[in-house]
Design a protein around this ligand. Structure first.
Ligand SMILES: NC(=O)c1ccc[n+]([C@@H]2O[C@H](COP(=O)([O-])OP(=O)(O)OC[C@H]3O[C@@H](n4cnc5c(N)ncnc54)[C@H](OP(=O)(O)O)[C@@H]3O)[C@@H](O)[C@H]2O)c1
Length: 277
């Protein structure tokens, strides 16, 4: 059992080693863990986020361990900052082999009470940044006949819940876009995947709560460790698929939505109301 595990890890390492991987949202959570794991497997990682000191700390830790990491501070909600980032990426000597559109955030509470700037921020980061980075990097991948774009989705994309309307809709967009692109690129050598995550123990929940909405975010108690989330993405790179669920049992959510959507409609308002107090 252990032997099989180590031989799989070695194969994955061989596949990732020497690749250039761009990770958005690498200053915390899933992106940060991926940065450590992929750099340890021999990838050169380019890390994007707003908090430069956090990025620098990740970079230093990677370099101390003998790995390679570049950092670029960018507010992905800002269109001009995204254009600067894209110009920088296209000037890089090494083309991007793997793009991980991971940056994203949510907000929990009634849509009617949601501040307008947070609505547009979610659309800019979760949707527009993902679209623009993909459009900038994909042509090079197509020309080279290889590459992998991994979009970090959520079960909320297909199982929308009360209190996370805009977040769910942003992940539904990301999900549908990824599926269509995957079909468009079949046979091109470029892989496109979406990872539909359930709850993961990261700052995601703090950030969804940090805006004074005073509510608890559902699902948090079922969170899986971030290391497990990152390992699932590593496996996806090794064996590309259009979609993965993390954890795998969450495949059931699509079925639950189809079969019991009417029941959830009735429970939704009660659940959200309960959490207001
Ligand atoms: N945790 C979960 O339960 C869960 C479940 C399903 C899906 N996901 C998805 O997983 C992805 C990663 O989230 P996480 O759980 O790792 O949360 P996290 O710890 O809060 O990390 C979010 C990352 O996104 C970056 N980010 C947010 N806004 C940004 C902006 N305007 N410009 C640039 N970077 C920005 C943050 O960096 P800065 O703040 O430094 O900019 C941070 O590095 C997200 O797409 C999220 O929707 C998470």
């Amino acid at each position: 059992m252990e032997e099989a595990y180590y031989s799989q890890r070695l194969c994955m390492k061989n596949k990732i080693s020497g690749k250039t991987v761009l990770i958005t949202g690498a200053s915390s959570g899933i992106g940060r863990q991926l940065a450590f794991d992929l750099a340890a497997a021999g990838a050169q990682v380019l890390l994007i986020a707003r908090r430069r000191e956090r990025l620098r700390a990740v970079q230093q830790q990677i370099e101390i361990a003998g790995g390679k990491a570049g950092i670029w501070k960018c507010d992905l909600a800002d269109r001009n900052a995204r254009q600067d980032l894209i110009a920088h990426i296209l000037l890089e000597e090494n083309p991007i082999d793997i793009l991980i559109n991971n940056a994203g955030f949510g907000w929990y509470g009634y849509y009617s009470e949601m501040p307008g700037e947070i609505v547009s921020g979610i659309i800019e980061v979760n949707i527009n940044a993902m679209l623009e980075l993909t459009r900038a990097i994909l042509p090079g991948m197509r020309d080279r006949g290889k590459g992998h774009i991994i979009n970090i989705g959520s079960i909320a994309g297909g199982f929308p819940n009360q209190g996370v309307a805009v977040y769910s809709a942003s992940k539904a967009f990301l999900d549908a876009f990824t599926t269509a692109l995957h079909r468009e690129l079949r046979g091109s050598g470029v892989q496109v995947s979406v990872a539909r995550f359930g709850p993961v123990k990261t700052e995601f929940f703090d950030s969804a709560r940090s805006i004074e909405n005073g509510r608890r975010v559902p699902g948090e108690i079922f969170s899986i460790p971030v290391e497990r989330a990152a390992r699932a993405i590593e496996r996806l790179m090794f064996r590309p698929q259009r979609v993965i669920y993390v954890p795998a049992y969450l495949q059931i959510t699509r079925l639950v939505e189809n079969l019991f959507g009417g029941l959830i409609d009735r429970m939704g308002p009660l659940l959200l109301k309960h959490r207001v107090e």
